[in-house]
Design a protein around this ligand. Structure first.
Ligand SMILES: Cc1cc2nc3c(=O)[nH]c(=O)nc-3n(C[C@H](O)[C@H](O)[C@H](O)COP(=O)(O)OP(=O)(O)OC[C@H]3O[C@@H](n4cnc5c(N)ncnc54)[C@H](O)[C@@H]3O)c2cc1C
Length: 459
């Protein structure tokens, strides 16, 4: 057990990921200052600490059974520098909190995942991506400076290029996508996208089969900043709906909207919205939902003005939607594969259909170039994400086989979604893993930082 510095209290809590598959008991601490955090790290034994944000990673990345888990609500600074178009934020600040400050001031996040309930620390540690990866890359591409407490308890200021400062750029990039294993991020400065309105101009098109949907997505790469497709996982043809968008210009708004073009009010939805199947999920409810969702989409519609929250974060209005999978929880299977391995998209959907794993949330996106972070997930090509109930018999065996095919095709699984892959296949997917391990040892020589996911993947 970690000896806590004077004045730092702990609480014993059950922790799990968003998929609710692997609950554990840990000692949770919330340091109130950098100095207290440094003291905690200096007194910690090997494999005893991990940082946690808002627990939106699906698996076991932000938990440590019988260990000490560090939350950072006290690291809550938000400072917008409108002149340089950057924000400096504490690692415990959520993207939701940042949006409420920056949107009315004419800025948007450089990258946002499908939920705004993630912290700055979690966004950097997972190097999250959004619907604009093909244009803007992932979150780490926009971080200009980060401050971290490493495994020796030293405070480090890291930037993406070394600028005569030794090999510190390697430390920066090992932290981006490094899942909290190089240290605890306490603060970061990142650049923002200037906007003139808070609305998104959205084009929506329905496709009867996966082939035409994927062809349209490749074309959309050049024409839109944001694009994402929903796929009907139960339809053997793989029909789907492609949604593409860009920040709307002032002249696209109605006179009433122009009166307050940067209005931002992401209200929580009061009840389950129509895009969620009611009650506990099964094949029938998912089939009915998928049918309704496909039919509800227009065959083709251009220039619809949507607020940011429904466009970027449609599920955030629904509290605890992850409970609809029942006590066994759910897995999100997300992989990225190069363009040449596009066949793994239909192959995976077919394998999930055959094993009887219904998914109402099946999302396909395009990825552009990778960044230098050895453990960053995106590689140029395709990424498919499917939420499936964990209790489906035979599911794990099917996923194990798919893992092998993904790895053989030069692809990888996303650590922020992973709850089950083997260490062998993980090593086969990330070709720069050895390089990352060397930097992890440099930053954390005694191996203080550890998560259940790291335990699973590092032996
Ligand atoms: C509905 C939903 C939609 C999502 N959509 C997307 C998406 O479109 N794209 C995408 O990329 N991801 C997506 N995600 C995943 C999510 O963005 C990531 O898992 C993100 O890391 C969660 O942030 P968090 O603050 O909840 O961190 P946690 O889940 O608590 O932790 C995630 C990792 O970050 C580390 N960490 C947290 N804080 C710190 C810190 N201060 N210092 C060092 N390490 C830290 C943890 O140790 C852990 O390894 C989605 C998740 C949900 C639930």
């Amino acid at each position: 057990m970690t000896t806590l510095p004077p004045g730092l209290h702990s609480e014993t809590r059950t922790l799990m990921g968003w998929g609710r598959t692997n609950p554990v008991t840990a000692q949770v601490v919330q340091p109130s200052s950098v100095e207290q955090l440094q003291e905690l790290v200096r007194g910690a034994p090997p494999r005893s600490l991990i940082a946690r944000g808002l627990g939106r990673s699906y698996g076991d990345a932000a938990q440590l059974n019988d260990g000490t888990v560090i939350e950072l609500p006290a690291f809550d600074r938000i400072e917008l520098d409108a002149a340089s178009g950057t924000v400096t934020a504490g690692a415990g600040v959520s993207l939701d909190q940042i949006l409420r400050v920056i949107v009315p001031a004419g800025f948007f996040l450089p990258v946002t995942p499908g939920t705004r309930n993630v912290t700055v620390g979690g966004a950097i540690a997972a190097d999250v991506h959004g619907k604009n990866h093909h244009v803007d890359g992932s979150f780490g591409n926009h971080v200009q400076r980060l401050v971290l407490v490493d495994g020796k308890g030293s405070l480090r200021v890291l930037t993406p290029s070394s600028q005569g400062n030794g090999d510190q750029a390697a430390l920066f990039w090992a932290t981006v996508g490094g899942m909290g294993l190089t240290g605890v991020i306490v603060e970061a400065t990142f650049s923002l996208i200037p906007i003139t309105t808070s609305l998104i101009s959205v084009d929506t098109t329905r496709y009867r089969d996966l082939e035409s949907l994927m062809a349209a997505m490749v074309e959309a790469d050049a024409n839109y900043r944001y694009s994402v497709a929903w796929v009907d996982s139960l339809d053997s043809k793989g029909r789907g709906v492609l949604t593409c968008g860009d920040h709307a210009r002032l002249d696209q708004l109605s006179p009433a909207q122009q009166a307050d073009p940067l209005h931002y009010d992401p209200k929580a939805l009061a009840s389950t919205p129509p895009f969620l199947p009611g009650g506990l999920l099964n094949k029938l409810t998912v089939r009915a939902f998928n049918e309704a969702w496909y039919r509800k989409a227009p065959k083709h519609r251009e220039g619809e003005l949507q607020a940011m929250a429904p466009f970027f974060h449609p599920l955030d209005g629904v509290q605890d939607w992850n409970r609809i999978y029942g006590p066994a929880g759910f897995l999100q299977y997300q992989f990225a594969v190069p363009n040449e391995a596009a066949h793994l998209v239909p192959r995976t959907l077919e394998a999930l259909r055959q094993v009887g794993a219904p998914s109402f949330l099946t999302v396909l996106k395009r990825f552009g170039p990778s960044n230098p972070a050895p453990l960053s997930f995106p590689i140029p090509g395709w990424t498919l994400a499917a939420d499936v109930p964990a209790a489906v018999p035979g599911l794990l065996e099917v996923l194990d086989r798919l893992d092998e095919e993904v790895a053989a095709a030069g692809g990888r699984l996303y650590l922020a979604k992973d709850a089950r892959q083997s260490s062998l296949l993980f090593g086969a997917q990330y070709s720069s893993l050895e390089e990352w391990i060397a930097v992890k040892h440099q930053m954390d020589p005694c191996g203080v930082f550890c998560a259940d996911q790291y335990r699973r993947l590092s032996h």
